[in-house]
Design a binder for this molecule. Structure first.
Ligand SMILES: C[S@@+](CC[C@H](N)C(=O)[O-])C[C@H]1O[C@@H](n2cnc3c(N)ncnc32)[C@H](O)[C@@H]1O
Length: 222
């Protein structure tokens, strides 16, 4: 799967190049292209923003520079263009799964007061938010989207582990335990040591329901 990210701060994406996502990039299961919007500024000082028409606080990213950065992406006609925005539809597991079926996403990260509406109207297919709060830029939301979507891309993770995780089936996951068998006097639940797969499955399902009821009753209502 290919991600082209339009950003003013490509260096913010370094953490994505570590751990599981980093390995998938190395193995070329994922392709991550960081496009610096500033490189497309025709201004001698590389200016990318200006004051808002109508007045008000902050700066707005200018349309031409964003459009030119977008135009530089190869095969963009087949890609889905997403603008990370606090005004977008909230990202959830269903949306993550849906996006993982795409083969090419172009992610646009705003900064400051955001991006001139005219270029957004022209190139964006969908706006996505990571929650009802405002961040300084779209870089962290883009990383959240790339990480969550990539987990569903074949070869990035073992697919069985995804199926049982929180939100995959609408429930939260059961508690997990590893060695040692006794920690600070607390023993691992006996059933997990029994080797009885059916009983373990049943126990996990019950735990899953109980935990969801306790922590997120709204999910059970859904
Ligand atoms: C300070 S915000 C601009 C907010 C904008 N003035 C508004 O009130 O809707 C700057 C950029 O951060 C990103 N951003 C901020 N909060 C976000 C969120 N919750 N989800 C996704 N992107 C977000 C967007 O790309 C946005 O253009």
């Amino acid at each position: 799967m290919k991600f082209d990210v339009l950003t003013l701060f490509p260096e913010m994406f370094e953490p994505l190049k570590k751990s599981i996502i980093g390995k998938a990039i190395e193995k070329q299961i994922l392709e991550l292209n960081l496009i610096n919007i500033r490189d497309f500024s025709k201004d001698k000082h590389k200016k990318v923003d200006d004051t808002p028409y109508g007045g008000g606080a902050g700066m707005v990213m200018m349309p031409e520079v964003v459009y030119d950065a977008y135009s530089s992406v190869s095969n963009k006609e087949q890609a889905k263009v997403i603008y990370l925005s606090p005004q977008g539809k909230i990202l959830n597991q269903k949306k993550v799964e849906e996006l993982s079926k795409e083969s090419h996403l172009i992610l646009i990260c705003g900064h400051y007061e955001g991006i001139d509406q005219r270029v957004l109207d022209e190139i964006v297919d969908e706006e996505i938010s990571i929650g009802d709060y405002v961040l300084t830029g779209g870089e962290i939301p883009a990383m959240v989207l790339i990480d969550s979507v990539s987990r569903y891309v074949g070869g990035v993770l073992k697919q069985e582990s995804i199926k049982e995780e929180s939100h995959a089936s609408g429930l939260l996951e059961y508690p997990q335990y590893t060695r040692p068998e006794i920690f600070h006097g607390e023993k691992v639940p006996e059933v997990l040591l029994s080797g009885h797969h059916e009983n373990i499955k049943k126990w996990r399902k019950e735990q899953s329901l109980q935990i969801t009821k306790q922590k997120r009753p709204d999910l059970l209502e859904k």
